[in-house]
Design a binder for this molecule. Structure first.
Ligand code: NAP
Ligand code: HSE
Length: 428
């Protein structure tokens, strides 16, 4: 097979790792694919920037057409990020019959169906393993490894920044703002960390995982999102006392034909495998009807872990080229989308209330739960030495989201409740 030529869009953190792996693993890549893989051109924004890999100056370009309109280039690897002009570049590459490998979760979450449609029309491959959980091969696992099973639940710690923040708050009692600053300095957070801490980055990743796991076109707008900016040291401390770790979980669930996808801070029982995933690591827990519980763990970001996923996609494209089977998409989402109603979404819940410390308060509160058919697993009252209010921590049994909303609405007008401090889903 003749050498396969690659055009790289971007030479930042991930692009640099791709160059290192493609150049450093030439012999293995050739043996696995039957072709030499060569990086022909690299698009950057700033030619004068110092690079940590040595590159022939004539390979570097500022003109995207040197790649998109180059008849020698077979595969475009997109590691630029963002939506504009990246989406146009990818569509242009596909229109010219070039295969695409991308790490771009934002683009795949928002425009995945349009990109896959164009790829299908043109008989091209589009692979995006690096877009979720960096170095963990979770996309191929869902699309291929689980093809014989029916997935009912996917729970992911898919944002390293927030996991780093929550782990540090839990292990060292650190304050939220200090750890966020540290995560930015360490390069884990996005340029604007709001998308990490408010859950949007995780929501984009869950859109991709939900689509693959349930064979339904999940849109970003289908995902309910709550970030970690309101999580306090107090929540983490009480969670620990009760045997829980607070984690930002992406949760995609299917019951019958109905699905729900959410991102929210969750109290995870310390015995659940997701509770021990610390620091910047990612993990995806998948429950299949036949296989039962599985979990995939590893680095969710970083130069070399993310580049391994990109180059594995490149290997898949080149193997397909050798077999002449590019563009034969395994399985496009083929099921009708039915989103669960609030009545159909069930979970245990953790509630922290500040209340009047006087007789009869607990009875008034439990009356509200019972009026809306929510049964309680445990109730803990804690005197607060710094304030005359008492703290009540409640864990419910499984309750519908609809009933929980009614309880919380009634609590807002219940005179003995001073403040609803926190409400979290409970898992495990
Ligand atoms: P990065 O370090 O910011 O690098 C972006 C690269 O793209 C730079 O080389 C930049 O050129 C180039 N670029 C950006 N806009 C351009 C434009 N308009 N025209 C030409 N070149 C342009 O980004 P990254 O961290 O490598 O991330 C790349 C992609 O991988 C993103 O989609 C990201 O979400 C995804 N991803 C990243 C990680 C990670 O750990 N970093 C993990 C998983 C997925 P200059 O170098 O000249 O500025
Ligand atoms: N900001 C992202 C994270 C980078 O913290 O997980 C990897 O997508």
């Amino acid at each position: 097979m003749k050498p396969v030529k690659v055009g790289l869009l971007g030479l930042g953190t991930v692009g640099t790792g791709v160059v290192r792996i493609v150049e450093g693993h030439q012999e293995d890549l050739h043996r696995q694919t039957g072709a030499a893989i060569q990086i022909e051109k690299i698009l950057v924004k700033d030619r004068s920037k110092a690079r940590s890999v040595s590159i022939d100056a004539d390979k570097v370009t500022l003109d995207p057409m040197d790649i998109l309109n180059n008849p020698d280039i077979d595969v475009v690897v997109e590691v630029m990020g963002g939506i504009t002009p990246t989406k146009d570049y990818i569509l242009e590459a596909l229109s010219r019959g070039k295969h695409v490998v991308t790490a771009n979760k934002d683009l795949m979450a928002l425009h995945g169906p349009e990109i896959m449609k164009k790829a299908e029309e043109k008989g091209c491959d589009v692979f995006y393993e690096a877009s979720v959980a960096g170095g963990i091969p979770i996309i191929r696992t869902l699309a291929e490894g689980f093809s014989s099973d029916r997935i009912t639940k996917i729970m992911g710690i898919v944002n390293g920044t927030t996991n780093y923040i929550l782990s540090k708050m839990s292990q060292e009692g650190a304050a939220y703002a200090d750890v966020l600053k540290e995560a930015q300095e360490l390069g884990y957070a996005e340029a604007d960390p709001t998308s990490d801490v408010e859950g949007l980055d995780a929501a984009r990743k869950m859109t991709i995982l939900g689509t693959l796991g349930f064979n339904v076109n999940v849109a970003l707008s289908d995902v309910t999102v709550k970030g970690i900016s309101q999580v306090t040291k107090e929540d983490i401390l009480y969670g620990k006392k009760l045997g829980y770790e607070v984690k930002l979980l992406g949760i995609a669930e299917r019951t019958g034909d109905s699905i729900s996808v959410s991102v929210q801070p969750t109290m995870v029982k310390t015995t659940h495998p997701l509770a021990s995933v610390g620091g910047v690591f990612n993990a995806v827990y998948v429950y299949g009807e036949a296989v039962g519980e599985t979990m995939f763990y590893g680095p969710g970001a970083g130069e070399m872990p993310t580049a391994t996923s990109i180059v594995a996609d490149l290997v898949a494209v080149v193997k397909n080229m050798g077999l002449g089977v590019n563009g034969r998409r395994g399985v496009a989402p083929y099921k009708e989308k039915k989103l669960k109603t609030d009545e159909e979404i069930n979970s245990k819940n953790y509630i922290l209330l500040h209340v009047e410390d006087k007789a009869g308060v607990l009875a008034r509160i439990t009356q509200v739960f019972s009026a809306h058919d929510v049964s309680l697993e445990s109730v803990l009252q804690h005197p607060n030495p710094t304030n005359p209010k008492a703290e009540i921590i409640i864990i419910t049994h499984d309750a519908s989201q609809a009933n929980m909303k009614k309880v919380l609405k009634d609590f807002e007008s219940l005179d003995v409740i001073d403040k609803i401090k926190s409400v979290y889903r409970v898992e495990g």
